[in-house]
Design a protein around this ligand. Structure first.
Ligand SMILES: Nc1ncnc2c1ncn2[C@@H]1O[C@H](COP(=O)(O)OP(=O)(O)OP(=O)(O)O)[C@@H](O)[C@H]1O
Length: 627
């Protein structure tokens, strides 16, 4: 909590200091009230004189008016500081989460991050507001009341001290028992958030598989678990209020009894006894409020620790050591420094020619293991891809295809070997530039609420309508977008749920094409397309490359991840994966002759090929050809 205050409290220092001071002034008035009331009783009521009552009442009114002003000032400062700091923390968290790599995000998990940025920040915000408004008030009021009561009568003060000790001790024990429960409640909220998120985002699948009952039970179990903790806390703390009030009323009886005797013998006045009772009830109730503050601060400190954990997580994929790549403004290609021979590149034609000798993509003995995984998800992959070429990546589910391509734009960093784009290790590219040169369409088609245009311009905010339509044409999406009344300005609902799966995929492909990437990665992003549209997309991408080459630009290299042979068959190079290993590398014809796994895939999809005769046994399928 202090860490957050130190980091985000700078601009609210005045509010953090002056707010509690305003509250202290209010408390001073609270402490004077019983003395004034005692004066009104002793000097006014006791002598049947109106004057002291009117004077005392006037002072009380004036004090109340001033106290309200200070209370309002304190409230305003508390709101300003808590809301402002909450906003800054949330903003920083969001920025920081966006800078984290996929490996870092996997470690926390999306539901936990969502709870941290919402509920945890709310808890911190509440603690800041209550801290300003109440942290000084109740302890100061309790101590002030005790001192004032002892000043009235030390012997009666003993009853006060004993009752305070009983109530204080009870609260201490109960709070000590409750605090671990409060801490664990945050983790249980994470679990509820996870289940709700999974259930709601996958509601269609849940319904399709008639799993509503199962999902309901899962959520009910998690909610039950959280409720059980809350009930345990409630049970423990349920003794607090009755015992506090019991002790308080017993103490009031004792004071009235002992005080009455002292009034009779003239050692105390009636007003002093009334003031004493007021101080004692004020002090005992302060303990209740202090206990509430302890609960709020316990929850807030657990939440602050969770927020700090995210903020302290150093992104594992950073720009450190990266040097800006000189991009040719016309073609958007890496500069001369990236050439294999390091020579200068005097003109555009030569640039295009030279960069052809530098592979667009080169994987050199690349391996990657997910944190905590026993085996590599990708193991010792080596291949090269030149501009204008297409690489098909095929393999069974879970064979490592998505992992392999996610290493190119550095969603994850390879744990061994190097991934090079235009001859430079991706770790030496500034991330922004790398991800501009590499256009990736992830497996899951993600659109956000807005318009088609706002979704398409992610890679290039300055793209013209012509650019957008060109990308839509290539992605086979122009026809259905044109049919929409608002065209490019047609609304997209959250998650793109007003579009079909195939339409969403085509829009995400179009988005990757805007900004003319030099390396386009389609990670199983045509899986929801029918065969005809899938084929048309491949033809369009091929002609796009040819047009680029004809106009002197460097044509993009394309990586197509797919489980369909038809989608990769025409690729210049096909990489066959199995259990993270590259078990075949070559053209379709080469692989159907030399790679048994590829043959199996072809056979399972009914792909006939004249180069494979039925029953052919290929013994050298493990042999791979590195480009
Ligand atoms: N975020 C992750 N954390 C841990 N393990 C993962 C993660 N993502 C994938 N894996 C594991 O890595 C392996 C390769 O997964 P990957 O997604 O690359 O396969 P794939 O070939 O793309 O599969 P599919 O065709 O089904 O998409 C799998 O065993 C998978 O369980």
């Amino acid at each position: 909590m202090f860490k957050l205050l130190k980091r985000f409290g700078g601009s609210y220092r005045a509010n953090l200091v002056l707010g509690p001071l305003c509250k202290l002034i209010e408390v001073v008035f609270d402490l004077f009230t019983p003395i004034i009331v005692a004066y009104m009783i002793d000097a006014g009521v006791g002598t049947r004189s109106v004057q002291p009552v009117l004077a005392g009442g006037g002072i009380l009114l004036a004090m109340a008016a001033v106290a309200i002003l200070f209370a309002l000032a304190c409230q305003k400062m508390a709101s300003r500081a808590s809301q402002g700091m909450g906003t800054s923390i949330r903003h920083s968290l969001y920025e920081h989460i966006n800078a984290l790599s996929h490996a870092d995000l996997d470690r926390f998990g999306t539901p936990s991050l969502t709870t941290r940025i919402t509920n945890d920040v709310n808890q911190v915000q509440l603690a800041i507001a209550l801290g300003i408004r109440q942290l000084m008030r109740w302890p100061f009021l309790a101590v002030g009341s005790l001192v004032a009561a002892l000043a009235i009568d030390v012997r009666l003060g003993l009853i006060f001290v004993v009752s305070m000790a009983v109530v204080g001790g009870l609260f201490w024990f109960v709070m000590k028992a409750c605090i671990p429960y409060y801490r664990s409640m945050q983790a249980k909220l994470d679990r509820i958030a996870l289940i709700v998120r999974e259930g709601l985002s996958g509601v269609r699948v849940v319904r399709a598989f008639v799993r509503e009952g199962h999902e309901r039970r899962r959520l009910a179990d998690a909610a039950q678990d959280q409720a059980a903790t809350a009930i345990a806390v409630g049970r423990l703390s349920s003794v607090l209020n009755p015992v506090t009030f019991l002790v308080m009323y017993l103490a009031v009886c004792a004071i009235l009894w002992a005080g009455g005797i002292q009034v009779n013998i003239g050692e105390l006045t009636q007003g002093q006894v009334v003031a004493f009772v007021s101080y004692m009830t004020q002090a005992l109730l302060s303990i209740v409020y202090v206990a509430n503050l302890v609960v709020v601060f316990t929850k807030a400190s657990a939440s602050a620790a969770r927020v700090n954990e995210v903020l302290a997580c150093q992104p594992s994929v950073t720009d450190e050591g990266a040097e800006p790549v000189e991009l040719w403004s016309s073609a958007g290609l890496p500069g001369a420094a990236e050439r294999a021979d390091g020579a200068g590149l005097p003109d555009a034609a030569e640039q295009a020619g030279a960069s052809k000798r530098v592979p667009t993509l080169a994987l050199r003995n690349v391996s990657f293991a997910y944190p905590g995984a026993a085996a590599d998800a990708v193991h010792d992959a080596t291949l090269t891809l030149m501009s204008g070429q297409t690489l098909g990546v095929i393999g069974g589910t879970g064979s490592g295809k998505s992992t392999l391509v996610s290493l190119i734009p550095r969603l994850y960093d390879a744990t061994a070997g190097t991934v090079e784009v235009f001859g430079r290790d991706v770790r030496r590219w500034p991330l922004k530039q790398l991800r501009h040169v590499v256009g990736m369409v992830p497996q899951q088609a993600t659109l956000v609420s807005g318009t088609i245009r706002s979704n398409l311009i992610w890679r290039d905010a300055g793209a013209t309508d012509d650019d957008l339509w060109r990308a839509l044409e290539l992605a086979q999406a122009a026809e259905f977008v044109r049919a929409l009344a608002d065209g490019l300005n047609a609304p997209v609902e959250a998650g793109g749920k007003n579009f079909s799966g195939g339409q969403r995929q085509r829009l995400t492909i179009a988005r990757a094409l805007v900004g003319a990437p030099k390396l386009l990665i389609l990670d199983d992003s045509a899986s929801a397309l029918d065969y005809k549209t899938d084929a048309a997309l491949r033809v369009a991408l091929a002609s796009y490359g040819r047009d680029a080459a004809a106009s002197g630009e460097l044509p993009p290299a394309v990586v197509v991840v797919s489980q369909r042979v038809a989608s990769v068959r025409a690729a210049d190079l096909i990489c066959v994966m199995r259990r993270g290993n590259v078990v075949g590398l070559g053209t379709h014809d080469e692989l159907v002759r030399a790679c048994a796994i590829y043959q199996e895939i072809c056979a399972s999809q009914g792909v006939e090929d004249e180069t494979v005769s039925p029953g052919t046994t290929v013994s050298r399928h493990e042999e791979v050809r590195h480009g």
